[in-house]
Design a protein around this ligand. Sequence first.
Ligand SMILES: Nc1ncnc2c1ncn2[C@@H]1O[C@H](COP(=O)(O)OP(=O)(O)OP(=O)(O)O)[C@@H](O)[C@H]1O
Ligand SMILES: Nc1nc2c(ncn2[C@@H]2O[C@H](COP(=O)(O)O)[C@@H](O)[C@H]2O)c(=O)[nH]1
Length: 204
Amino acid sequence: MKEKGLLIVLSGPSGVGKGTVRKAIFSQENTKFEYSISMTTRLPREGEVDGVDYFFKSREEFESLIEQGKLLEYAEYVGNYYGTPVDYVRETMDDGNDVFLEIEVQGAKQVRDKFPDGLFIFLAPPSLSELQNRIVTRGTESEELIRNRMDTARSEIEMMNLYDYVVENNEVATAVEKINSIVQAEHCRRERVEKRYKKMLEVE
Ligand SMILES: Nc1ncnc2c1ncn2[C@@H]1O[C@H](COP(=O)(O)OP(=O)(O)OP(=O)(O)O)[C@@H](O)[C@H]1O
Ligand SMILES: Nc1nc2c(ncn2[C@@H]2O[C@H](COP(=O)(O)O)[C@@H](O)[C@H]2O)c(=O)[nH]1
């Protein structure tokens, strides 16, 4: 039987650099992860493409997906819904491929409840002032939304002790290297456990 893929969850406050780090990971030639494109009711930002950055949905469409049980997790974040399509995640893992989710903290908590053996990584900012500086510099949010996202960030940072790993995003390349090593180490750990388990079953 095929080994199941690993579920990798990258989470952290808005503006910390999750998208930047994820894009850097996926731009590596040897990346073997599959990225799960989320659904959202947020309007596309300039340059964002439906089916690439997100699947953009109306509130009615999103609520219907919730009712049909089509989402692995979802959250209402600063006035919009965001969620992960469950079929894509399960099918990809069943095919033996690792799935990479880039989601906010409430959603990560729901995934943890459903997939306790997933790999949960919290991307942390060097400081709150640098976090604010990054959201402001990105230039995509109004002043009010920046305030809301920063308020939410404080409570999100308090949740970082629930994660398997915390990676500080000081330099993008260093954060990417750390995440690669964490995933590699997790694969090795699982292989070792699997071998011991098979050996034990052979003996008895
Ligand atoms: N290590 C870094 N050093 C300096 N700037 C960074 C770093 N990582 C990301 N940034 C910048 O910070 C801003 C926010 O990054 P990004 O959009 O990737 O964050 P995010 O966590 O995905 O945000 P959101 O959750 O709102 O989607 C961008 O302008 C990005 O270029
Ligand atoms: N719970 C989920 N959160 C998600 C998902 N996809 C993205 N996100 C997170 O939402 C915030 C805001 O995103 P933005 O694109 O509007 O800046 C950010 O933290 C994303 O990581 C998802 O499927 N579920």
